[in-house]
Design a protein around this ligand. Structure first.
Ligand code: URA
Length: 436
């Protein structure tokens, strides 16, 4: 009866109360809500936005539907979450860099979603790396190494798992309230003291307007703080891939080049430092975000972050010599070809979502749940906005499993680019910030 009452109220546009939000999540976890009721609940929230109190109650209840980790460590427990994009491999650099700064980072990450890549899929390109570990192992590796990037186990926010599956098939993923509760329930279950959110904006992100990105960033920051986790957000550009590679092993290569300073990608370095600076500041480890960014930069340039990454890989089942031998350890695709532009000029437009879809189409992402990923495929040396391209400077290098797949992908990449006659300034990487 209670579910029918709550759903009727939502249908009539009456605001959800905090008590009702808690009751619905408990019923969801206990199996007392049918999928139809869970779908109606999600649809009701899409039509009747939540108050701050109700959104926080929903988030807390979803967090508390499973295990919530607690820590007793000599440094703060921190994390970062990105709303997802193409070539966004920051987590692999930032987690060890924060650990090298004295923080602890139990990073519970996700897989690729739609056209965007997933941190877990990237790490699984490293032979032997295990993302599915118990809470005890996550705890142990975080304590010993300083960071552990793993997947959520069944005991982390199970109510979100159930609701997310229902949202996925009822057209209710795109609700700021539901996205906020979903993302934060899992992050807060890791027992974080501070969190930085990287809200992506642009044609390769889920948020394509500044208003949407701002609204999501504000919702995430306010709700996390109300739930007891100090959080800030940066709104960052996703009008082109963040790294110059998109694809699982190819992004790990770029991560290793940046961590070992053998081929630093400027955008990866800059954003890692900016996000790290924010979260170190939120945790009161530094006086300003800029000072925090300097500390992260030092952790990268000293090699301490690379060394920590190597220890994490080894602790989670990957090769013990990965930092020295990563070039030999990562899989390579059998077909590699240059994609040359139709004419010389400057990159005037780039459909970043289409670039992400090319990687998925090559087998680097999933079309259906449970699809196997080919870690070797994707694009590297992707020309960015404003860059000059010619027969000598191709649009990208393509890595495919077969010539036929390479042909299909090459055509799609050519369609994703617009070539102009005049150079343009590259886009600004950090577009805004949101503080509590
Ligand atoms: N990622 C999540 O974990 N949940 C959402 O609702 C959207 C993105």
């Amino acid at each position: 009866m209670q579910a029918r009452r709550v759903l009727s109220h939502l249908r009539m546009g009456q605001p959800l109360t905090s008590d009702d939000a808690r009751w619905m999540v408990e019923a969801l976890s206990a199996g007392d809500l049918s999928d139809a009721q869970a779908g109606a609940f999600a649809m009701g929230i899409c039509h009747t936005p939540l108050s701050m109190e109700a959104r926080t109650a929903l988030t807390r209840a979803m967090r508390d539907s499973g295990d919530v980790l607690t820590w007793d460590l000599p440094g703060p427990v921190l994390d970062k979450h990105s709303t997802g994009g193409v070539g966004d491999c920051i987590s692999l650099i930032l987690a060890p860099a924060l650990a090298a700064c004295g923080a602890y980072v139990p990073m519970i990450s996700g897989r690729g979603l739609g056209h965007t890549g997933g941190t877990l899929d990237k790490l699984e390109a490293i032979p032997g790396y295990r993302v599915e570990v118990s809470a005890d192992r996550l705890r142990q590796v975080t304590q010993d190494v300083g960071c552990a990037i793993v997947g959520p186990n069944a005991d982390i926010a199970p109510a979100d798992k159930r609701l997310y599956a229902v949202r996925d098939v009822t057209g209710t993923v795109e609700s700021v309230d539901l996205i906020t509760a979903s993302i934060l329930s899992k992050k807060l279950a890791a027992g974080l003291e501070a969190l930085v959110l990287d809200v992506k904006l642009g044609n390769g992100a889920f948020m394509t307007t500044r208003e949407e990105a701002q609204m999501l960033a504000r919702s995430l920051v306010e709700t996390a703080n109300a739930a007891g986790c100090r959080a800030t957000a940066l709104i960052t550009d996703m009008s082109q891939p963040l790294a110059t590679a998109a694809g699982n092993a190819l992004e790990v290569i770029e991560v290793m080049e940046t961590l070992t300073r053998s081929g630093v990608t400027h955008a990866l370095w800059e954003l890692t430092c900016a996000l790290g600076g924010q979260v170190l500041h939120a945790a009161d480890l530094v006086l300003t975000p800029e000072q925090g960014a300097d500390e992260v930069s030092t952790a990268l340039s000293s090699g301490a972050a690379a060394e920590t990454f190597g220890r994490m890989v080894s602790a989670l089942g990957g090769p013990a010599d990965f930092v020295d031998r990563w070039r030999d350890r990562l899989p390579a695709a059998p077909v590699i070809r240059q994609i040359r532009p139709p004419r010389a000029g400057f990159v005037a437009g780039l459909d970043t979502r289409a670039i992400g879809e090319v990687v998925v189409g090559l087998g680097g992402g999933r079309l259906r749940e449970g699809d196997r990923i080919n870690p070797a495929v994707g694009l590297s040396q992707i020309a960015g906005l404003g860059e000059e391209v010619s027969q000598d400077r191709p649009l990208a290098q393509l890595h495919a499993a077969s010539e036929a797949e390479a042909d299909r992908a090459e055509n799609a990449v050519l369609r994703a680019y617009r070539i102009g006659d005049v150079p343009l300034d590259p886009p600004t990487l950090i577009l805004g910030s949101v503080y509590p």
